[in-house]
Ligand binder design. Structure first.
Ligand code: T3D
Length: 269
């Protein structure tokens, strides 16, 4: 695996790839280099069959503060005309592929939100399959504070998780809200004391990495598809996916373990 990164750190152990956003001076804000490196690390997770779970996290007091605003200001300073800021192209080329990659990666992706997640940092966390937060973590739909629209899928993920009224309030006011509130409105899976955060994430990731990975990947496909499907479509799609799951070695092992009254030993095959 390539570990020659300057804005992220990656570590693989026990089938878990941990990607740590690593620009602590700017609360792990995203720049071009980081988005390219994050994409590359996710590609590694896609390709390497030994990797069965991905954890995305940050060091220190922030998960990710969204787009690096100093870079934005530099870009603005380089041009007199506001129209010259082509955010659409930047999103299409740099950020949207990261979200697509997280959603289509056929392995569970955990956002381990150690601290504040703002703007695109919050979008990144909401795009993951599961979200575990330290109690001191917080979220902020900061886009409105700088006259922008929530992006990287957040208008969709947030709406689905918390409903229209709450999503509109969070996006329109851009106020910071604590992890506990995110838990109460169904945005995240767990909030744990800061001292137990790392151990909880490690345990959670290890449990997911020991699951039948193919079945998890197919389940993720089904959940993605369910966002827009009709019941009839979904019933047919589940039947199609189950055909594949039913032919895996892990399915065979799961049935044998049940009959033998022992723990299944899944190998992700
Ligand atoms: O380019 C495109 O394609 C457009 C896409 C845009 C997507 C977006 O993400 S837009 C939203 C961008 N993000 C924000 O607006 C968040 C800005 N940051 C904050 O609101 C706050 O910093 C936090 C709520 C995240 C944390 O607040 P606090 O009080 O704990 O920390 P702080 O003092 O504000 O920040 C600490 C340092 O990090 C500070 O630097 P300094 O003074 O110590 O040298 C601050 O400037 C820096 N920092 C924080 N966020 C960013 C940042 N530097 C650059 N970019 C940031 N986003």
């Amino acid at each position: 695996m390539t570990t020659d990164f300057s804005t992220i750190q990656v570590a693989a152990a026990g089938g878990v790839l941990t990607i740590t956003l690593n620009r602590p001076d700017v609360l792990n804000a995203l720049n071009e280099q980081m988005s390219a490196e994050l994409s590359a690390a996710l590609r590694t997770a896609e390709r390497d069959k030994r990797l069965r779970c991905v954890v995305l996290t940050g060091p220190g007091r922030a998960f990710c503060a969204g787009q690096d605003l100093r870079v934005v200001q530099e870009r603005q300073a380089a041009s007199d005309e506001p129209q010259a800021m082509d955010f659409g192209t930047l999103l299409r080329q740099r950020y949207n592929p990261i979200i697509s990659r997280i959603r289509t990666l056929e392995k569970p992706v955990i956002a381990a939100v150690n601290g504040v997640a703002a703007g695109a940092g919050a979008s990144l966390a909401f795009a993951c399959d599961l979200c575990i937060c330290a109690r001191s973590a917080a979220f902020k739909m900061a886009f409105v504070r700088i006259g922008l629209v929530p992006d990287m899928g957040a208008t969709l993920t947030l709406l689905r998780h918390v409903g229209h009224a709450r999503a509109a309030e969070l996006c329109f006011l851009g106020e910071q809200f604590p992890a506990e509130e995110a838990l109460a409105c169904g945005l995240v899976n767990r909030v744990v004391d800061d001292e137990q955060f790392e151990a909880t994430v490690v345990d959670f990731a290890a449990r997911l990495a020991a699951q039948p990975t193919r079945a998890l990947g197919l389940t993720k496909r089904a959940l993605n598809r369910a966002w827009t499907a009709t019941l009839d479509d979904q019933l047919e799609y589940e039947a199609f996916l189950q055909d594949t799951a039913g032919k895996t070695a892990d399915h065979r092992e799961g049935v044998a373990a049940f009959v033998d009254k022992r723990e299944a030993k899944f190998e992700g095959k």
